[in-house]
Design a protein around this ligand. Structure first.
Ligand code: NAP
Ligand code: G4F
Length: 342
C-alpha cells in the first residue's frame, strides 16, 4: 500500500527537500500551502508542474484549526511532518504574538487535528515536530544534547519550546507516535535569503560580478553548527520509521563563526571579506544566541543517521548556486560579467 504523507511548510527550504525525499521513496505527498498574492512555490515547482506532478498542494494555515482537521480527515495521512513556522529569529522580536500563534499554538492545533482524526478512524498518524537548537539559547552546557535544559533567547525560541513540550505531552498523554527533531542550523542553495549564510553567499557572488559593493551584517562572532538541509530531512524520515517515538538532536557536531563563513565564502571567490563586509547594528538582536554546538550521538547510534555533506562542501554548493543566479542577473543587466558567463 502506498504511504501518504502531509508536509506543512512544504514551500520552505526543508519542505522542498523532504517532499523530494518522500516522493523518491514512493509516498503520495501532500503539502500545505498558504494563500499569498504571489505563487510562492519556487522551491517545489519541479514537483508540481511537468508531465507527472507528484506533489499535491492544499491551501491551509496553521492559524486555522478547523481547516487542519478537514484536511487531515480528507488525506488520512500515515505521517505528518510539521515544518511550518514563522522561522526567522530576528523577525520574531518584531512579531512576537504572531510567532507564538503560528509556531507554538499552530503545533497544538495540528496535534489536536491528528488526535481527533486518529480517534475517529483508528488509524495511526505518526507526527514529526520541527524543534530547534534555538531552544538551547543561552546554553547551559556545551555541546548540547537531548538532555540539555532549554533557555530560549527569542520569542521564536520560546514558541519552539512550547511546540516541543506540547508534542512530548501528546505522546505521553494520548500515546501519539510523535517525535521531535532538535535540528541545529541547516542551510542550502534554497535557504531563505535573509538567513545569514545565504545572505553572505548571495552578496559575495553579486559583489564578485559587480552587482553590489558592500555586505552589511550584524554579529560576526556568533557561532553555529551548520549542516546541509538535504542531509537533515533524511533524519526526519528516519525518526518516523522507528517503533517508538522519541526526540533527537541532529547536528554536525562542528562549530564555525559567522566570520568564518564570510572568510570561506569570499576566499572561494578570490576576495577578502574584510574589504566588503561592514557592520550594521540594525542586524544585532535584542538578545543574542552566542554559540550552538550539537552532540548528535543519539541519532547517529539509534537512527543510523550520518550526514554526507561537509561544511566546505556546503559553502561550495551555496556559492555555486548563487554565482549562477548572479550571472543571470548580470546578463539581464547587460554587465560584462554576464556576457562572459553566458
Ligand atoms: P522556512 O524556509 O522559513 O519555511 C517555513 C515554512 O513555513 C514555509 O513553507 C512557510 O510558508 C510556512 N509557513 C509560515 N507560516 C505559516 C502559517 N501560518 N501556516 C502555514 N505555513 C506557514 O523554514 P525552514 O528552514 O525550511 O525550516 C523548517 C522548519 O524547521 C521550521 O519550523 C523552522 O522553524 C525549523 N527549523 C529550521 C532550522 C534551520 O536551520 N533551517 C533549524 C531548526 C528548526 P511560505 O513559503 O508561504 O512563507
Ligand atoms: O542565520 P540566522 O538568522 O539563524 P539563527 O538565528 O541561528 O536561526 C536559524 O537557525 C535556528 C536553529 O538554531 C532555526 F531554528 C531558525 O528557524 C533559523 O533557521 O543567524 C545566525 C547568526 C545569529 O547569531 C545572528 O545574530 O548570525 C548572526 N548574524 C549576523 N549578521 C546575522 C546577521 N543573522 C542574520 N539573519 N542577518 C545578519 O545580517
Amino acid at each position: 500500500m502506498q504511504k501518504r504523507a502531509l508536509i506543512t511548510g512544504v514551500t520552505g527550504q526543508d519542505g522542498s527537500y523532504l517532499a523530494e525525499l518522500l516522493i523518491a521513496k514512493g509516498y503520495a505527498v501532500h503539502g500545505l500551502r498558504r494563500r499569498s498574492s504571489t505563487f510562492g512555490t519556487q522551491r517545489i515547482e519541479h514537483l508540481i508542474f511537468g508531465e507527472s506532478p507528484s506533489l499535491h498542494l492544499h491551501y491551509g494555515d496553521l492559524s486555522d484549526g478547523n481547516g487542519l482537521v478537514r484536511l487531515i480527515r480528507e488525506i488520512r495521512p500515515h505521517e505528518v511532518y510539521n515544518l511550518a513556522a514563522q522561522s526567522h529569529v530576528r523577525v520574531s522580536f518584531d512579531q512576537p504574538a504572531y510567532t507564538a500563534d503560528v509556531t507554538a499554538v499552530g503545533t497544538l492545533r495540528l496535534l489536536e487535528a491528528i488526535r481527533d482524526v486518529q480517534d475517529d478512524t483508528g488509524e495511526q498518524i505518526r507526527f514529526y515536530q520541527a524543534s530547534s537548537s534555538e531552544m538551547f539559547g543561552k546554553v547551559v552546557e556545551t555541546p548540547q544534547k537531548e538532555t540539555t535544559p532549554f533557555y530560549p533567547r527569542s520569542p521564536y525560541g520560546v514558541a519552539k519550546v512550547y511546540g516541543h513540550w506540547i508534542t512530548v505531552n501528546y505522546r505521553e498523554s494520548y500515546g501519539l507516535h510523535a517525535s521531535c527533531g532538535i535540528l541545529f542550523n541547516h542551510e542550502s542553495p534554497r535557504r531563505g535569503e535573509t538567513f545569514v549564510t545565504r545572505k553572505i553567499t548571495r552578496a559575495a557572488t553579486r559583489i564578485k560580478l559587480g552587482l553590489q559593493d558592500k555586505l552589511f551584517l550584524g554579529n560576526l562572532d556568533a557561532q553555529r553548527d551548520w549542516g546541509f538541509a538535504g542531509d537533515y530531512v533524511e533524519a526526519m524520515w528516519l525518526m518516523l520509521q522507528q517503533d517508538e517515538a522519541d526526540d533527537y538532536v541532529i547536528a554536525m557536531n562542528e562549530l564555525y563563526s559567522v566570520r568564518d563563513f564570510c572568510e570561506q565564502t569570499f576566499s572561494r571567490l578570490g576576495m577578502d571579506y574584510r574589504d566588503h563586509v561592514e557592520i550594521d547594528p540594525r542586524y544585532y538582536r535584542p538578545a543574542e544566541v552566542d554559540l550552538l554546538l550539537g552532540d548528535s550521538t543519539k541519532a547517529r547510534t539509534r537512527l543510523g543517521w550520518t550526514p554526507q555533506t561537509s561544511f566546505a562542501e556546503l559553502v561550495d554548493m551555496m556559492v555555486e548556486g548563487d554565482l549562477e543566479l548572479a550571472r543571470q542577473e548580470a546578463v539581464i543587466k547587460g554587465l560584462p560579467a554576464g556576457r562572459k558567463a553566458a
